[in-house]
Ligand binder design. Structure first.
Ligand code: HEC
Length: 154
């Protein structure tokens, strides 16, 4: 039998590490609750839901953008939005039944594992979710807030 060279073993380890999500619990939540609409890789579905890997990484760079992400998963969103030059007008369900840590992990999975944001960006914290949970809004208000952060995001 052929011996496996050390460099081959290293490649196997490296690719296993690359595939391993940094936010494993967030990944499990995403696969079970979000992938049906946004697809497992977050690239979205033209007739159903926008990609979450285009604007979410931009939003992660400003405090209002980070609030937007927390609001979207807590309260859902409806009304027309444009993502990556394509228009969407469907309803994002609300996920307020999940606790703050679970929602933070799912957003971090989107940002760090799917969208590969810069490692220098701070992860979303459970406290960020708790802050938005304390001020209830509806999906129309979430969309209105989105319109303000789209222009302010890098
Ligand atoms: C039933 C389909 C559906 C499911 C399930 C779903 N979404 Fe969405 N999501 C949408 C739709 C539709 C929109 C856009 C809403 C609009 O057009 O206003 C959206 C928008 C978003 C956005 C905002 C994207 C942007 O550019 O502003 C994020 C982030 C997001 N979803 C994350 C998630 C996460 C995380 C989950 C799972 C916890 C999830 N979604 C589950 C349909 C879904």
């Amino acid at each position: 039998m052929r011996q496996v060279g050390w460099w081959e073993a290293l490649l196997v380890v490296a690719s296993a590490v690359a595939d391993e999500p940094r936010y494993a619990e967030g990944a499990a939540t995403f696969q079970a609750n979000c992938a049906v609409c946004h697809r497992a890789n977050g690239a979205g579905n033209a007739g159903l839901a926008p990609p979450v890997i285009i604007d979410a990484p931009r939003f992660a760079q400003t405090s209002e953008g980070r609030r937007q992400l927390a609001m979207t998963v807590l309260y859902g969103m409806y009304g027309e939005i444009t993502v990556g030059e394509r228009r969407y007008n469907f309803k994002m369900p609300e996920f307020s039944r999940f606790d703050d840590a679970t929602l933070a992990a799912v957003l971090n999975h989107v940002l760090f594992d799917l969208a590969h944001v810069d490692a220098g960006i701070a992860p979303i914290e459970a406290a960020d979710l708790a802050h938005e949970r304390a001020q209830v809004v509806d999906g129309a208000a979430v969309r209105a807030h989105r319109a303000t952060v789209v222009t302010a995001s890098p």
